[in-house]
Design a protein around this ligand. Structure first.
Ligand code: AP5
Length: 229
């Protein structure tokens, strides 16, 4: 099962990827998190990506496609995956399709979280992220149990550099220019399902799970795994 989560910055992709990933027993690959890990580790990819991310621009396709393609080869992805933040250009969508087709796979659902621009800016300005596991909180809509501390792993919470107002506005512009065509691409091939992302977090999760339906069992080396919902 290959699921893509689409939506503007702040639409709730990361929040929902964690929530439905756990319910469906699927691994999440978040391109933004992979890039931030590379920056944190000072890798050559991280050094190149950092300047683009600080300006709220997309990292060039070649770098991101190679990074995600390598991650998709890991054994934990065999059962399926939720892609958060990738693809976000037509070039990335076409590269993903070609990569999956070579493995006799395809995108099963492209789930589009739709939220108004005003709500997006509110969400991003109140967002706090765990430095350790990258879980996402909001000071008003989804606060941690203890201020500044991650509920899941006890890590320190911080605010992302690119959640500054000027960078946020650029990220939204880039999204409308470069990622809206990706939404149209999946609409045209019949895999897109639009979800009202303005509802509360639990209700959005329920709608997403209903749109996905049951995850088919897979057979890995003779063992049938149908453990998820
Ligand atoms: P990335 O990390 O992917 O950021 P993004 O797409 O801008 O999305 P966000 O993480 O900001 O938002 P989200 O939708 O995950 O929302 P969240 O769940 O946190 O990308 C960052 C940068 O990396 C890009 O600008 C680019 O430079 C680069 N990059 C990444 N992928 C790339 C690619 N494929 N190609 C090229 N470059 C790439 O929620 C937001 C807040 O709202 C949280 O506080 C949350 O608690 C709250 N919230 C969530 N849902 C609700 C709800 N239903 N009600 C109320 N509050 C809610």
């Amino acid at each position: 099962m290959i699921i893509i989560l689409l939506g503007a910055p702040g639409a709730g992709k990361g929040t929902q990827a964690d929530l439905i990933g756990e319910r469906l027993g699927l691994v999440t690959i978040a391109s933004g998190n992979l890039l931030r890990e590379n920056i944190g580790n000072g890798t050559p990819l991280g050094l190149r990506a950092d300047a683009y991310m600080q300006r709220g621009e997309l990292v060039p396709d070649g770098l991101v496609i190679d990074m995600v393609t390598a991650r998709l080869k890991a054994p934990d992805v065999a059962r399926g995956v939720i892609l958060d933040g990738f693809p976000r250009t037509l070039g990335q969508a076409q590269a993903l399709d070609a990569n999956l087709a070579a493995q006799h796979k395809q995108v099963d659902r492209a789930l589009y979280l739709k939220v108004t621009d005003e709500a997006l800016l509110d969400r991003l300005s109140g967002r706090w992220i765990c430095r350790n596991c990258q879980a996402s909180y909001h000071e008003k809509f989804n606060p941690p149990r203890v201020g500044g501390v991650c509920d899941l792993c006890g890590g320190e919470l911080y605010q992302r550099n690119d959640d500054r107002r000027d960078v946020m506005e650029n990220r939204l512009r880039v999204y409308f220019d470069q990622t809206m065509p990706v939404i149209e691409y999946y609409q045209a091939n019949g895999t897109l399902v639009e979800i009202d992302g303005a509802q509360d977090i639990e209700k959005v999760g329920e709608d997403l799970l209903a749109a996905v339906g049951p995850v088919p069992a897979v057979v890995v080396e003779g063992v049938t795994d149908s453990s998820a919902a």
